[in-house]
Design a protein around this ligand. Structure first.
Ligand code: ADP
Ligand code: MG
Length: 314
């Protein structure tokens, strides 16, 4: 392609909100064999909603949510935001509760005064959060987090979580003082165009792959909904780049589409990295393409544009 053709293609891309970082990136996109999609925030809307909150002990549900929201309040994770948001609504409709200073709390839309003091907080990427509230150790996260801390999951709890996961929800386990006391279910719907884009890629001879830190059951349920057969789940952030490298081994050209900090090693390792949506700055920096509209159709636009620009000179 002539420099003019590259310039024209870059301009057409920009009109669709597809920002291309240079002619090499534009050229590589025509050869893409695999597109790896991150699940949360890329295939899904990234707007998680709590659908279930179950306490297994005599603890009041509002009080349970207050503890869990307090633990999650310092986390940036979309799941954490969903939990805090749910607790906020629950608190609002549940009436006034005593604040931490023992006064009656005004029913307002903020919960900062309602939340409990947290110490020793740590966010554990890929597993959850850990902290201390009122002298109790609090853990909120997945099975891996519970296993790492020696917390037993009863058969009844396990089947409750499995039921959530089989319906594409993420089960979040909660332990106080080394005892599992409740479970939350969180749903994050697919983007409306996701299934059509997956089908479109297959028609173009491109193989879609899904990669996620979430558990296998939820991952399989989401993949089935969207029509992706090749799924990799329970992948820790660094492992996403390994998935890219494994697919590149036979000389294939691999694209990665992601939105999060945990996707940036994979975006950098891929032949064509595409940061989607508002994305994090780190993801945008690691990518060759930025899909500003947060619409998966633009993955196809990007490949099309490259194929059309470079087809003429073959
Ligand atoms: P993804 O690859 O889908 O973006 P992450 O690597 O961010 O997923 O997280 C993987 C899993 O770790 C989540 O599905 C969840 O089970 C657990 N997790 C991570 N952060 C949190 C948190 N703040 N609260 C509860 N669970 C969490
Ligand atoms: Mg993500």
């Amino acid at each position: 392609a002539t420099p003019t053709a590259v310039m024209v293609a870059t301009g057409v891309g920009a009109k669709h909100g597809v920002l291309i970082k240079g002619g090499d990136a534009l050229e590589r996109a025509q050869k893409i064999n695999y597109v790896i999609f991150d699940k949360t925030g890329t295939l899904t809307q990234g707007k998680a909603t709590v659908t279930t909150a179950k306490v297994f002990t005599a603890m009041d549900r509002g009080e349970f949510l207050r503890w869990v929201a307090s633990a999650e309040a310092s986390s940036e994770h979309p799941l954490a935001k969903a939990i805090v948001e749910y607790a906020r609504h629950f608190h609002f409709f549940d009436g006034p509760s005593p604040t931490k200073d023992g006064e009656t709390h005004n029913k307002d839309s903020t919960i900062s005064g309602w939340l409990l003091d947290v110490s020793d907080f740590s966010a554990l990427p890929g597993t959850g959060v850990k902290c201390c509230i009122d002298g109790k150790r609090v853990l909120v996260g997945n099975r891996k987090l519970m296993a790492e801390n020696g917390i037993e999951i009863s058969a009844a709890t396990e089947s409750f979580v499995v039921e959530l996961e089989d319906s594409a929800k993420t089960g979040i386990l909660v332990a106080f003082d080394d005892k599992l006391i409740g479970v939350l279910g969180v749903a994050d719907p697919l983007k409306r165009e996701a299934a059509v884009v997956v089908e479109g890629l297959q028609k173009m001879g491109v193989e879609p792959v899904m990669v996620t830190g979430d558990n296998w059951r939820t991952a399989r349920a989401v993949a089935k909904e969207v029509g992706i057969k090749d799924v990799r789940a329970e992948v820790m952030p660094a492992g996403k780049a390994d998935v890219v490298r494994a697919l590149q081994k036979d000389g294939s050209t691999v694209a990665m589409v992601g939105d999060g900090i945990n996707d940036s090693p994979a975006l950098a390792a891929s032949d064509v990295g595409m940061a989607i949506g508002a994305g994090t700055d780190i993801a945008i920096e690691a990518a060759d393409y930025v899909l500003m509209r947060n619409n998966l159709e633009d993955v196809i636009t990007a490949i099309d544009l490259s194929r059309k620009t470079f087809a003429r000179i073959r």
